[in-house]
Each structure stands twice: as structure tokens, then as C-alpha cells.
Design a protein around this ligand. Sequence first.
Ligand code: RM4
Ligand code: MN
Ligand code: MN
Length: 430
Amino acid sequence: MNNLPLSADLIAEANARALPALEDDYFALARKLERAGIAIDAVKDRVAAFAVAIPTWGAGRGGIRFARFPMPGEPTSIHEKLEDCAVINQLCRITPRVSPHFPWDKVSDYAALREEAESLGLGFDAVNSNTFQDQPGQPHSYATGSLSSTHEATRRQAIEHNIECIEIGRQLGSRDLTVWVGDGTNLPGQQDLARSLDRYLDAASQVYAALPDGWRMLLEHKLFEPAFYSSVISDWGSSILAAQELGPKAKCLIDLGHHAPNVNIEQIVARLHRFGKLGGFHFNDSKYGDDDLDSGSINPHQLFLVFNELVEAERNPRDGFDPAYMIDQSHNVTDPVESMLSSAEAIAQCFAKACLVDREALRAAQEGNDTMMAFQALRRAYTIDVSPVLAMARLEAGGAIDVLDTYRQSRWRERKAQERKASGLGAGIV
Ligand code: RM4
Ligand code: MN
Ligand code: MN
């Protein structure tokens, strides 16, 4: 970790200016929590141990089906993306791992990439395969499916790509393969709905068979897009059935944006955990569909309720509960570094609030059917401003008290705009 991109002096100077106000707020909150029998340092320790991975593809400006608006200084290679991810982690200290996507992040030497990341203070999280796009020169198209394709050769190509991702992940130090397929149909009758699932299961089991010891295969479901009539792994029901059929190394991954409107996602969390199948999370927020908006920007209360279930799950672990947490967002008009700093903060806030829930009071109210007091147990925790705990944990870990202000002072993006080549205008997610 000898290559951190921002000047330590800049962070230290910004922290020195912000420290008196932080100490004031921290000790006021400590007194408030003490009255409720909570030791603030214990909460701070839990926050300090919390981590959420960042996606390499979130470091660049995203795009929609209609356009992409590049920003000067955005990264255009995996190396520049790692640099930006290192800036994020240097400031917030809760994003020490990066989740790569292949073939987008392909390089010729993965041992060197791992070293490069380590020198930036970063490790690698889940590897993501991509069989939802065709790549130049690819022999078989995924236009009508990948792991569930009706063509044997196309299925084989998709299986081989996933196995290649595992091999790359092994070199990078990952231990999870996340598989999201866009497979599905766009018109009723296009495919036999039962047979396409059979084909998916058969192909996925061949990927599963290639998992090294200690690895997991995370199945990510998504209701629609790119398939608009039916998706093969459309919901948590399909996902858990597939994971159960594949075996113990297969788990389900919940992306917050991949559900029907108004679905009770926190209940899905509890259900998947009950069956030992909750393997990972993609955090983002949405108003309409898979909007990939910044975490906590639309429905922070839902995020808190999700963490409430995750903290419950931590207290009652099943099947080695150890979910892979990741941010999965598309930053279309903001500086992606700023969006991810703000999102990591929103996510950690909800985690910290969930840690503040008086579990005994909640349980007693639930057992006694005291509906209002059960809700109040959650409400009391949700309304506490935990930002001083987060800031103190960051400061002690070497990060910045005010992440966004320090980032702006560093003039990182302006400096990179002078050095980096311009990115393309093309539409799409990368
Ligand atoms: C999908 C899904 C996947 C991500 C791609 C880029 O909607 O969320 O996790 O790999 O987008
Ligand atoms: Mn996702
Ligand atoms: Mn998505």
C-alpha cells in the first residue's frame, strides 16, 4: 500500500479543521447512546469492521439506452478505474475491495494487476461474468440467450466464459463468481418457459462443477431488461430454486433494483437467509425499475429495513452467513467517485442504525404482539444521526472526516482531466 493517490497531508489538514466539531458531535451522541445503554465505541468498532465492495464499471460515467454523457477525467482503463477506487477507499476506508467485470476488465497479466491493486490499498471481490453482450469476434451471439440458449455451441461458449472468469478470479484472490444473465424472451411464445430453465440449469451446473474449494457461485436475479416479456432467472423464487438444485456452493444475490415495484425486499432477505442461501447484495436505489440510482437516495428507510434483517441474520447465522456486499450503480450525471463516496456513507449509516436497534425490546414487543412498540424499536434506531460514529471510525482508519469536501479540495477530477484521454460517447452501461 505504497501508492495511495491522494496526499496524506491534504487529508490530515482537512481533518484538523473538521475535528473540533466532530468531537463535539461524537461526545454528544455518546452521552445520548449511553442513556440507552449503548457504548458508542462498540458501535464504532462494528462500523470500522464493515466493508462494501465497489464495481469497476461504476467508476466511469454510466449510460442509458439513449445516450452516455462522458465527463472529462473519467477512467477509461482498468488501471485508471483502480486508481479512482483507491481514491474512494483512501477517503472513506470502507471500500477496500473492487469487483471486476469480464471481459470489460481483461488484461494480459492478472498477477501484475493484483499487485497493482495491492499497492493502491485494494483487493478484489466477486468476479462478474458477462454473457449479456456480444464481444467483437465472438463466434456465437447471445441475442437469444447465453446459458439458456437453444444452441449447444452458444451455451458452451457461455460456460467457458464463466469458467475463464473463475480462473481469472483465482489469480486475483477472489472467491465468488457472480452470474447475472440477461437471458429471457421478448415476445410470448418465443421460447418454452420450462425448457429454457432446464437448459440454464444444465449449463449453470457445468460452471458450478468448475468452482474451486471455498468458492461460491452467486446467482443474481432480475425481473426484466434486457428481456421484456420473461427472464429466465427473474425473481428470488427462481433464484433459490436454481441455487438449491445446483448445490451448497450456489447462493442467491439480491440487487435492490431487480424486483417488481413495491416488493418487500427485506422479507426476501429474511427468507433467503432462513434457507442458508443469502450470498450477496448489490446496493443501489430506484424509483421505477433497475434505475441504478445512488444508494439511499430514494428510499433510505427500505435500506435500513434491509440492514435490520442483515444484522438479525448476522446474529443467527446459517450455513456460514457471509454475504458479499457491493455497490452496483450507474452514475449518469454525477462524478462517480462522489456518488460512490456518498453511497458508501448511506449504506454504512443504515448498517450502523441497524446495529442500534434494541433487539431485546424488539423481540419482547414482537412476542407480546405490541405492534406499536415493535415498530418504535426500529424507529428509535432509524432516527438517530449516526454520522459522527462513521466519521470517527474513518478518521481512526486514516480516512477523511468530510469525504466529499476533502475530495473536492484534492481537485482529483480536474487533475485527471489534464492527464487522461477522453472516453467514448457510445451508449450503454460502460
Ligand atoms: C445488471 C446487473 C449486474 C451488472 C450489470 C452491469 O443489471 O445489475 O449485476 O453486472 O447490470
Ligand atoms: Mn447488479
Ligand atoms: Mn442491475
